[in-house]
Design a protein around this ligand. Structure first.
Ligand SMILES: Nc1ncnc2c1ncn2[C@@H]1O[C@H](COP(=O)(O)OP(=O)(O)O)[C@@H](O)[C@H]1O
Length: 176
C-alpha cells in the first residue's frame, strides 16, 4: 500500500504553489514530502543550460523524471512545479491547479524581482489558462481541481479542502 497520495500542485509562477505545499505538508494527516521541482532541478543539476534572457533553466527532463520516479513510487509526495505535463499520468492521485487574478499575480512577480519580460510572459500564461489546459489535457478530469489563490482565506480553505481529500483517500486505500 502506498505511504500516501501523490499530489501535484501546479500553476503559473507566483500563484502560491510553494506556500500551499508547505502548509499542506504540515497539516496533512499522513507525512508528505514536499518537492519544489524547480529547486530540485537546480540542486541536482538536472538542467541542460541556463537561459539568461528568460532567466530560466532548460530542464533535462529524462534525468529529472528518472530520479523522481524513485521518490514518487512509494507515495506520500507533493510535486510543486509550474508545469505538470512532463509527469507520467500514473504518478498523480490529485492535480491541483492554482489560479490567481492576473493583476494580483503581476504584483507578486514584481515583488519577486522578475524582469518585465518574464512578468509579461507569466501574466499572459495566467490569462490564457495555459497550466489549467495542460493539466486537463494530461490527466483524467476527475483528478484535476482548480483552486483560486488570491487571499489568505482562500489559501486556508484550499489547504483544508486538500486535507479532507487526503483523509478520504486514506480511507479508500484501507478499504481496498
Ligand atoms: N492565497 C494567497 N493569498 C495571498 N498571498 C499569497 C497566496 N498564495 C501565495 N501568496 C503569496 O504570493 C507569493 C508567491 O507565492 P509562492 O507560494 O512562492 O508561489 P509559487 O510557488 O506558485 O511561485 C508569496 O509572497 C506568497 O506569500
Amino acid at each position: 500500500m502506498p505511504k500516501g497520495p501523490v499530489i501535484v500542485i501546479t500553476g503559473t509562477p507566483g500563484t502560491g504553489k510553494s506556500t500551499h505545499a508547505e502548509l499542506l505538508a504540515n497539516a496533512s494527516p499522513v507525512p508528505l514530502k514536499h518537492i519544489n521541482v524547480s529547486e530540485y532541478v537546480k540542486q541536482r543539476g538536472f538542467y541542460e543550460a541556463y537561459d539568461a534572457e528568460w532567466q530560466t533553466y532548460t530542464v533535462d527532463e529524462d534525468r529529472l523524471l528518472d530520479d523522481l520516479e524513485t521518490v514518487v513510487e512509494p507515495g506520500g509526495v507533493i510535486l510543486d512545479w509550474h508545469t505538470c505535463e512532463a509527469f507520467p499520468e500514473r504518478w498523480a492521485d490529485l492535480v491541483v491547479v492554482l489560479t490567481c487574478d492576473h493583476s494580483k499575480l503581476w504584483n507578486r512577480l514584481e515583488a519577486r524581482g522578475y524582469s518585465l519580460k518574464k512578468i509579461q510572459e507569466n501574466n499572459e500564461a495566467e490569462i490564457m489558462q495555459v497550466v489549467l489546459e495542460e493539466a486537463r489535457s494530461s490527466y483524467p478530469a476527475e483528478i484535476v481541481v482548480e483552486l483560486q489563490s488570491e487571499s489568505l482565506e482562500q489559501l486556508e480553505a484550499n489547504v483544508a479542502r486538500i486535507v479532507e481529500w487526503i483523509t478520504q483517500w486514506m480511507k479508500n486505500q484501507e478499504g481496498n
